[in-house]
Design a protein around this ligand. Structure first.
Ligand code: VGL
Ligand code: ZN
Length: 186
């Protein structure tokens, strides 16, 4: 099979969008450009992968357990659902659930999911990556993708970050670039 490019959408879930439990400012602004890319993938038969944060109700990353985050993306709840505007289709696309172990957080879509193997099975060598949040799960996913040997384009118009400290997202993009990712405007 010919080497392929896939679209990898990271954690575009209700809880990370405005109104959600761990909302990323303007997180929903990336949905329109991502939808155009999903359409492009449909037209050119490119595979689409979408990760989702999929925590148990008592996950170790939650404040009540001494973690860093409010309760978010509890599996099977509406907060963990993909944003309804995102044109992802579970019958066509591959959904990757992550961070389901109650004692361990996992920002990267590659951690404990078998994603690298899945991509190789589909002859994917290049990834276009967008989603939430630039400074957490997008960064961790991109760095792991590079370690796994994939060519990575970060879609700078299709990511948004938390910026707990101002500049975190910009620094995250620079770190991804230093690690070998290419930044691509839509
Ligand atoms: C994420 C914080 C906590 C993310 C997930 O998807 O970037 N951030 N869990
Ligand atoms: Zn999480």
């Amino acid at each position: 099979m010919n080497p392929k490019t896939a679209l990898l959408i990271v954690d575009v879930q209700n809880d990370f969008c405005p109104g959600g439990a761990l909302a990323v400012a303007e997180g929903d602004k990336i949905i329109a450009p991502l939808n155009l890319l999903i359409e492009k993938c449909r037209d050119s038969k490119m595979p689409v992968f979408a990760t989702r944060d999929w925590h148990p109700p008592d996950h170790c990353s939650f404040l009540e357990r001494g973690g860093q985050w409010p309760v978010h993306c509890v599996r099977e709840t509406s907060g963990a659902g993909f944003h309804p505007g995102l044109k992802i289709d579970p019958s066509l696309d591959s959904i990757i659930s992550k961070a389901g172990d109650r004692e361990k957080d996992a920002y990267s879509g590659f951690e404990g999911t078998g994603l690298a193997r899945l991509l190789r099975e589909k002859s994917v060598q290049t990834l276009w990556v967008g989603g939430l949040a630039t400074d957490y799960c997008v960064k961790a996913t991109v760095l792991d993708a590079l370690k796994e040997g994939f060519e990575v384009f970060v879609l700078t118009d299709c990511v948004k970050g938390v910026d707990a400290t101002p500049g975190d997202s910009q620094r995250a993009l620079e770190e991804m670039k230093r690690a070998g990712a290419k930044l691509k405007t839509f």
